[in-house]
Design a protein around this ligand. Structure first.
Ligand SMILES: *[C@@H]1O[C@H](CO)[C@@H](O)[C@H](O)[C@H]1NC(C)=O
Length: 238
């Protein structure tokens, strides 16, 4: 009992703070995400194995024993600080080697993130036709606006936009899943973040049920008087 309680308290902040990616049973789902922000790919199977095939090589490798990933309860796969090089195919297979779920994930490079503020008249990137071994349209696919960061008083909210390619027949996919081994750099090929002013009333229930964690005490650097604070459970997805 003690052990289960301890486990529950340990896994709760992890699940609460991270973006959960899911896909219906037996299906293949495609997602664009951002590098540098933890995600959990759900498999929801008691005993499954994860395989990964990078967009750059066609080799399928077993992920379960890799150092930079973690298998959580229910065979869910945690990817801490994922890098653009981790773009590719993630396959969750059961003990008969049958597909439970499969993800095609494009971890778009956060260092290329283009930030604009809507209320300062800054415009996001426009659609652009490009020749990437064929004529395609490059556009940004936007997530919904996130919650306002304040209530009662003026605040700001943000939304993330991912680079997508649309082929002439209308099928679209995340840029680096489309490009695969092609090494193309172009100013239009980048993810975006848009900021907007907002003002919303306070919702007492959400305000008082916010979990919080105290992690550490921190001392300023003795010579420079500077400090670097990192927020361990922060995520660009909320
Ligand atoms: C850009 O292209 C996308 C995908 O075809 C389309 O949904 C969107 O409306 C276009 N935006 C503009 C401003 O033309």
């Amino acid at each position: 009992m003690l052990v289960t309680l301890w486990l529950a308290s340990l896994s709760l902040p992890v699940l609460w703070s991270q973006k959960l990616i899911n896909c219906p049973y037996k299906n293949v789902c495609q997602y664009a995400l951002l590098s540098g922000n933890d995600v959990i790919l759900q498999c929801n199977h008691p005993k499954a194995l994860w395989y990964f095939s990078s967009s750059l090589e066609d080799k399928l490798s077993l992920l379960n024993s890799m150092p930079n990933v973690k298998i959580l309860f229910g065979s869910n796969l945690q990817l801490p600080n994922p890098q653009p090089s981790q773009t590719g195919l993630y396959r969750c297979l059961d003990n008969y080697k049958a597909r439970v779920v499969e993800y095609e994930i494009d971890f778009q490079d956060i260092t290329l993130l283009r930030i604009t503020h809507k209320d300062l008249g800054q415009r996001p990137l426009e659609n652009e036709t490009m020749n990437l071994g064929g004529e395609v349209l490059v556009f940004t696919r936007w997530d919904p606006w996130q919650d306002c960061n304040r209530c009662e008083i003026p605040g700001e909210r943000k939304r993330l936009g991912y680079c997508y390619v649309e082929e002439p027949l209308g099928k679209s996919m995340p840029c680096w899943l489309y490009l695969r081994k092609e090494k193309v750099t172009h100013v239009r090929l980048r993810p975006e973040l848009q900021v907007q002013a907002c003002q919303v009333p306070c919702d007492t229930i959400t305000e008082i049920t916010q979990p919080y964690f105290v992690f550490d005490t921190h001392q300023l650097d003795k010579t420079t008087n500077h400090g670097w604070l990192s927020c361990p459970l922060a995520s660009i997805y909320r």
